[in-house]
Design a protein around this ligand. Sequence first.
Ligand code: FAD
Length: 401
Amino acid sequence: MNSLVVVGASLAGLKAVESARKAGFEGSVTLIGAEPHLPYDRPPLSKDFLDNAEPVVPYYRLRHEMADLGVTLRLGTPATGLDTDDRTVRVGRDVVEYDSLIIATGARASMVPGADGLGGVHTLRTLDDARAVRAALDAGARTVVIGAGFIGSEVASSARKRGLPVTLVEALPTPLVRAVGPVMGSACSSLHVANGADLRCGVAVSAIEGTGSVERVRLSDGSVIEADLVVIGVGAAPATDWLEGSGILVNNGVVCDSYLCTSAPGVYAAGDVARWYNSTFARLMRLEHWTSAQEQGAVAGRNAVDPTNAEPYSTVPYFWSDWYGSRIQFVGVPEGEDFEIFGSVREGRMLALYGNGDHVTGALALNRQPDIMKLRALIDRQTDWREAVAFAAKRATSWLG
Ligand code: FAD
């Protein structure tokens, strides 16, 4: 095994490179990235990068630090094809050979049909997107956010912090249902209303019309909203188009076993693009969370350079989101019939537990960082529902008056 190639120069890709080197791999390492930038951190793009007086680009490592890793960087040109028989990746006119390959191409933000190319309409996935959104906020944009998911909510929060008028348009009757269930979706989205955003649920976008200087957002209820900035936050899709014809099994992401091995020998996947067998929940999962992307990158990097000692990866999913000065954290899955809440959004502190009639499956915390990781451990151990509720109740008595 002489050469490792990693496609996707972001969190999972960089962690893969770092862990391959940490595992003692001395062969050649090539990191291929579609964006022209060095790997950077995405979560701040919808938080500090929009809020701080001076936006700082959150690069993970500077160029000389990348050089210390002994990695050949091929930035600014996407991989366009993969031949798993010849073990080659096509990049522009070049063909890059590999012994082991890691697919870490993440996900791409979805667009509302017909809105692409309108000057005031942006998704928020990349540094370039964030720069455009930031510039519009700096100019005092009247803002419409399509999709009241986590990224849309963070943008709305940033715009409201600046005192700008914000309308959030959500097609579902309650935001965030898939991510945290209906009760918590409703509770979390009440933060928008409390902070002066105009939240409109159960309405779809019929069209976005550009007039040159102002965008007009037409909704299914017949209303029209004028905006200087429209941010589309309707989700993301795994970036797998370049794998077409490669024979790699793709089904809502690159399908992997618990070792992050894809259907082709010597090819691994990690991060938002990977749909892998998570033995903790005994099912295939694809997450779009920072923590799992970096952990998967590290595991895939080690497994790729030392396959005889390969280790499986399993986890209790974890993500966080920051809105209006509050931190929302979620662990596990929002499944099951059992549900308990302690505290409330109004009190500024809240814990919610989800259970399946037997054990605890998920937990949400609002401004309760000390509790959430303990709950994550209880979910990992498949702790009995009543025991988990007793734990949360005890914690809550320490912070509820
Ligand atoms: P990505 O970060 O998507 O990187 C994939 C890279 O591959 C990209 O640079 C892309 O250009 C490149 N690429 C794609 N196709 C090709 C190709 N054919 N050839 C070469 N390169 C290619 N998670 C949380 O848990 N909490 C948060 O608060 C949070 N906030 C977020 C805020 C924003 C604005 C965004 C966008 C994401 C946020 N996330 C958050 C999610 C987290 O950032 C992602 O889970 C993480 O970035 C995934 O890392 P990745 O390396 O798998 O993929």
